[in-house]
Design a binder for this molecule. Structure first.
Ligand code: ADP
Length: 443
């Protein structure tokens, strides 16, 4: 009995211990399960959070693009009025002492346009939306154009702006003349900006690398130079050697970074060397392939030729569809200055333009794109439909005038039946030159 009793106690303890261990084990397993579920819940929440953040970032990226494209358009329109009317004031009679104010307005508008274009380009590159063309171009011509445009700025500072073409350069290569012009203009403008005396030289020669022919462009100045420790970072976004200098000369610190990216997008490389207080040289190489056939040369029109061109157009009847009063004033003034016998009628939106077009014969239509009631695309499309319905023998040339430089919008101008386009703000030779080009086709 005693033995039985003494055996029962350890058995009970054992059973109780086993039950306790079982409970602990169960609790541990359950806790582990709860922890696992908790972890899975957190991972799921984390995933959703990350996805939400990606969605938000993507949304904000496309919002940024949309915002920039629209802002650029909104800023371009008043800038077009500012720079255009400054030009009118400059060419009309005015007190001599006002020259410096007019020059200042003109220069500020130009600077603003450069900044605007830089910001747009930078955001396009970032979004992978900037495309490089591959069309026939003459690299020497591009250099000459840049020298021509910057000559006055260099002369103003008493600097010599030279170009040097070494050896035989193919007359026609495949490349992107606009982007090459942009890179060279940017480097040469910097060179002029940061040089107080001496010269700036743009040179071109062909070099061989890994048995491939490369075109090597260099922009050399005798300016303030760049310290060694800054040379490595000078191509980074917003990098400037001396912030106080940028206050004096203007600038955003975007130019070199855009130039570097444009060079690299064309399969090239860019480098800078410099000696402080002696000067800097920016060199880049591009694999521009020579082509044999010759493309028509880009036309540069002098003031004298413009006046002659305008006079030869005779009495041109133009319908100008434009809702902005300042732009109407500007276009009318420019047109009647260069084309003395022109007749201009205006329409404040596409709908009015369409009705006017139906009721009277015009030689040419200048069509703004963004207008109330009916925009330029719609009006041009309806004009073409009407001409077809009326079985008109010839289509009247329609030239789009647009502050948007987005390729898709320019393509759309042609798709709806327009024949050409003039960007705003326009250069007077683009404006009169394009009108002349279209008017010649109907004469
Ligand atoms: P920005 O000229 O608008 O400031 P950039 O990216 O074109 O921007 O140039 C960045 C900086 O590099 C300039 O602010 C200047 O400090 C320096 N830099 C560029 N080109 C030259 C040059 N030719 N000589 C001296 N410094 C230069």
């Amino acid at each position: 009995m005693f033995i039985l009793f003494t055996l029962q106690i350890p058995a009970a303890i054992l059973i109780i211990s086993l039950v306790i261990i079982g409970i602990i084990f169960y609790l541990m397993l359950n806790r582990h399960k709860i922890q696992k579920e908790e972890l899975q819940r957190k991972i799921q929440a984390g995933k959703e959070d990350i996805q939400e953040q990606i969605d938000r970032a993507e949304k904000s990226e496309s919002y940024k693009e949309f915002f920039l494209a629209n802002m650029s358009h909104e800023i371009r329109t008043p800038m077009h009025a500012i720079s255009g009317m400054t030009n009118i004031l400059r060419r009309n009679e005015h007190p001599k002492e006002q020259d410096k104010y007019l020059d200042a307005i003109h220069q500020s508008a130009e600077n603003l346009l450069v900044i605007l274009n830089d910001i747009l380009d930078s955001s396009k590159i970032e979004a992978g939306k900037l495309k490089i063309d591959s069309i026939p171009m003459n690299p020497v011509q591009v250099i000459e154009d840049v020298v021509e445009i910057l000559r006055f700025r260099a002369e103003d500072k008493g600097l010599q702006l030279k170009h040097l073409i070494e050896g035989n350069i193919p007359e026609q290569v495949l490349g992107d003349p606009i982007r090459l012009n942009q890179i060279l203009t940017n480097l040469a403008s910097n060179a002029i900006k940061f040089t107080e005396s001496g010269s700036v030289q743009i040179s071109l020669r062909v070099i061989q690398k890994d048995s491939e022919d490369l075109m090597q462009f260099a922009v050399e100045d005798t300016g303030i130079g760049i310290p060694d420790n800054k040379l490595k970072t000078i191509f980074d976004v917003f990098e400037q050697v001396d912030g106080t200098l940028s206050k004096k000369f203007g600038g955003t610190g975007l130019g070199l970074s855009i130039s570097k990216q444009l060079v690299e997008m064309q399969g090239g490389n860019i480098q800078a060397t410099s000696i402080l207080n002696q000067g800097s040289t920016f060199t880049f190489q591009l694999p521009l392939k020579p082509i044999l056939q010759t493309a028509p040369k880009e036309m540069t029109i002098t003031e004298e030729e413009l006046v002659k061109m305008g006079a030869s157009l005779g009495s041109l009847k133009v319908l100008l569809a434009e809702d902005n009063d300042f732009n109407v004033m500007l276009a009318k003034d420019d047109l009647s200055y260069y084309i003395p016998h022109i007749e201009i009628e205006t329409a404040a939106n596409g709908k009015i333009a369409l009705e006017m077009f139906k009721s009277k014969a015009y030689d040419l239509v200048l069509m703004d794109i963004q207008m109330p009631e009916m925009n330029g695309y719609e009006a041009a499309r309806k004009i073409r439909e009407w001409e077809e319905k009326e079985a008109q023998a010839n289509q009247t040339p329609i030239i789009a005038m647009t502050a948007s430089l987005l390729k898709a919008e320019i393509v759309k101008c042609y798709e709806v039946g327009m024949n050409n386009f003039i960007p705003k703000p326009y250069k007077i030779e683009e404006f009169i030159g394009t009108i002349n080009e279209e008017a010649m086709k109907i004469q």
